[in-house]
Design a protein around this ligand. Structure first.
Ligand code: MEV
Length: 311
């Protein structure tokens, strides 16, 4: 049998991270500059799996891959009868723990690969539920936004796992993404917000404000009002900092972006490290900002035209 090759792209949360865990809306975009690639072929005796070139016996995967292991075992038990074994290679260009969706993308790419390898057709619901199994182990109480945008590969207004809609990103604007190089931790960040809320009720007001801001930003996106979208991104960053999930390296990159032609800037994803995003008007502004951000500590930068998401 020939080799199966599948892929899943990263994601960017434009607005609504953390508040989405409290049933508020969020806006997410696919991020196609980075991806997880999976190759699968037949193996004689037992299932083996390599992750970033480290080879493991599937039954002896290190504990950090418990979620993936459980998800694959569930898939094999529920959807396959034949006992053929696999050799799976997972490689990634999505930096880990930077808020770009690497864990959900691994799960999506793996299930895509297994579906082809075992010739299984899953409904969207069955697919999402398998990925959710892994995500629930990796992250505490995931909202499902990462899984949804990575599966659908389109701009989404996400209101819940059962309610989300695609919208057009045909805006004349560019998004610059900058990696602080600092690893965040989604469970830790989600738990921090939870304990802050438990300790002090004022934190719930921040969640409410983020939810309202996300709806207003969505309306502005639809009206193609990029100035307002930019301003709202900066407001969201301030609210996320108040929530306790920013990091001084993120604040510094946001400041740098705002001093260098950005219409707005914010952290993206769960925070405590990870990436910053900034909105700019033109490709020239995006290139100039990338250079500035790199001279201010970003270890890697990317940019993309929002219109490109339409193709
Ligand atoms: C993680 O990409 C986004 C968070 O809101 C967690 C979640 O929605 O599951 C921090």
């Amino acid at each position: 049998m020939k080799k199966i090759c599948t892929r899943a792209y990263g994601k960017i949360i434009l607005m609504g991270e953390h508040s989405v865990v409290y049933d508020k809306p969020a806006i997410a975009l696919p991020f196609k500059a980075v991806a997880i690639n999976v190759e699968i072929k037949n193996k004689q005796e037992k299932n083996i799996i390599s992750i970033d070139n480290n080879l493991y016996d599937f039954n002896n995967l290190p504990s950090e891959f418990t979620g993936i292991k459980k998800m694959i075992n569930l898939f094999l038990a529920e959807y396959t009868q034949n006992q053929k074994n696999f050799e799976m290679h997972i490689t990634s260009t999505i930096p880990k723990q930077r808020g770009l969706g690497s864990s959900a993308a691994v799960s999506v790419a793996v299930i895509r690969g297994l579906c082809q390898f075992y010739k299984v057709n899953l409904s969207q619901k069955e697919f999402a539920s398998l990925v959710h199994t892994a995500e629930s182990i990796h992250h505490n109480n995931p909202s499902g936004i990462d899984t949804s945008v990575i599966m659908k590969e389109e701009a989404l207004l996400f209101e819940s796992r059962n309610k989300m809609s695609h919208f057009s990103t045909a805006l004349e604007a560019y998004l610059v993404v900058a990696d602080t190089g600092i690893m965040g931790n989604t469970s830790q960040a989600v738990n921090l917000v939870k304990s802050n809320i438990k300790r002090n009720n004022n934190y719930i007001k921040i969640i409410d404000d983020l939810g309202a801001l996300t709806y207003r930003t969505y309306e502005r996106l639809i009206r193609k009002d990029i100035e307002a979208v930019g301003n709202n991104m900066t407001t969201a960053h301030r609210l996320l900092s108040e929530l306790g999930v920013s990091h001084k390296a993120l604040d510094h990159l946001v400041e740098t972006a705002l001093n260098n032609q950005a219409l707005g800037a914010k952290m993206t994803g769960s925070g405590l490290g990870g990436c910053m995003i900034a909105l700019v008007k033109s490709q020239e502004d995006a290139e100039a900002l990338k250079t500035k951000l790199e001279s201010h500590g970003a270890i890697k930068t990317w940019s993309y035209r929002l219109k490109e998401l339409e193709s």
